[in-house]
Ligand binder design. Sequence first.
Ligand SMILES: *Cc1c(COP(=O)(O)O)cnc(C)c1O
Length: 350
Amino acid sequence: MGNWQKNIRQVRPYVPGEQPSQPNIIKLNTNENPYPPAPGVIEVLKELDTDRFRMYPDPSSTMLINALAEYYQVSADQVFVGVGSDDVLAMAFLTFFNSGKPILFPDITYSFYDVWADLFRIPYECPKLTEDFRICAEDYKKPNGGIVIANPNAPTSMAEDICFIEEIVKANPDSIVIIDEAYVDFGAVSAVSLVEKYENLFVVQTFSKSRSMAGVRIGFAIANPVLIKAINNVKYSYNSYTINQISLALGAAAVREDAYFKQMVQKIIATRERTKEALEPLGFHCFDSRANFLFAAHNKIPAKELFERLRAENIYVRYFAKPRIDNYLRITIGTDAQMEVFLQKVKKMV
Ligand SMILES: *Cc1c(COP(=O)(O)O)cnc(C)c1O
């Protein structure tokens, strides 16, 4: 046998949550939105000109970028779009983290960051969250090759305030700070307002959670034009046509439906708070969530056991068999009706 095996890149891939095909599952395991996308999105989909599918999409995604620029009151050259925020983040790691110095992100955070760092051979260090899972600003005030903070953090659900984010960005003028705001619409404050002031800040958001479009795959970033130009250069060196025609049209339509968007987000926040209030008397501790999920531990029953028993009842939540967090469940907020069924089942288990 040839020696080609040694030429294969060895990677330890990210493991996404399960996407079961059975219809009767209450799916609270991947932080999807339980409500449909805005009515205007569905209208635009019905009217799509399929004859145009012959042609490549607009490589610069102008329609979607203009809609986002208008919504966030920035200029078009401050916006970058990608195939979900995972695509934007991966491209950002590749573009911005080339110093050779370790990049910094918390020990407990989105578990894709270390995978990208390994894939792109970027050295990294993971300062520990405190015992109560907060980020220590001081840990991010040492020489580094870049910083990534999810705010709100996943899977802890908690957000740091905007002053805290500003403190980190300000303390690191020589490195690029990525703030991953996948959940920001559910009650945290966005760092987009700091982009004018700090040229080293790169804010990433997604249509997957608050805009009910995980299946369409749209993510975006807002930053100063120099960073946007740099990440576009990498994108055009890799794949010019990341966003397809359908996503461009549907994404732009979604941004225009602000009233629907705000209403759905408020609904999920209300359900989250009700679910938290119902879980606490049952012996659960839930952190103060600013996301569309709760991170909860029971005072007697191990999380793994609850995870398995819920699964047997066709209720899927997320369990991470990892140090420090292996006694917690990450529970996505579904509809009121779904959460009612979840709570009824949980009551019988505790
Ligand atoms: C869900 C999530 C993402 C990725 O979402 P996309 O579907 O790729 O947009 C990125 N970061 C965090 C923290 C997430 O939870």
